[in-house]
Design a protein around this ligand. Structure first.
Ligand SMILES: [Zn+2]
Length: 172
């Protein structure tokens, strides 16, 4: 009998700020395979030349189910944050590192691989980012994201600035 070797898919990596741990979660393709939706998922998101056309409704359904779903910590049920596979999760005992990591996520909305260890340096980083965002806001027309209108860019930058100010207020 011929043996079928299945290529193993990578796991997605998440961190929980509350438990200060990382957790691996199944790849969306593995989940779709289990639910018999792999072919739909591949055609909707992965094939550069889809073998069949997937309707808009199905694309939205798949997007919600496989990409937009919040993933909760298996231990404390808090919502986790996805990190890249190269992200080096700090050891649980480095509480300050975790505080800075979480604060930066609240302020900037993404996980940064190499943040300063000292609070003073970290605050300076946020202050610089705040200045930079103010400059971008004054010139929002030149800082539009793909498909964004000027008004949308302004709103986004104002939200970024508010989040940075909020975090700086807590720290200073
Ligand atoms: Zn947790």
């Amino acid at each position: 009998m011929k043996q079928v070797h299945k290529t193993k898919r990578y796991k997605r990596h998440f961190i929980c700020f509350k438990c200060r741990k990382n957790f691996k979660q199944p790849n969306e393709k593995d989940l779709a395979e289990k639910d018999g939706e792999l072919s739909l998922l591949l055609n909707a998101f992965y094939f550069s030349k889809p073998k069949k056309k997937i309707s808009k409704d199905i694309v939205a359904y798949l997007n919600n189910k496989y990409f937009r779903q919040t993933i909760n910590c298996p231990e404390c049920r808090t919502e986790m944050v996805e990190v890249s596979m190269s992200f080096e999760t700090p050891a649980k005992k480095y509480i300050k590192k975790w505080e800075i990591l979480e604060s930066h996520y609240r302020a900037e909305g993404f996980i940064h691989n190499s943040l300063p260890n000292k609070m003073k340096d970290y605050i300076r980083l946020l202050e610089n980012s705040h200045k930079w965002h103010i400059q971008m806001l004054q010139n929002a027309e030149n800082h539009k994201a793909y498909g964004e209108s000027s008004a949308e860019a302004k709103t986004r930058l104002q939200e970024n600035i508010a989040a940075l100010e909020n975090e700086l207020k807590k720290l200073c």
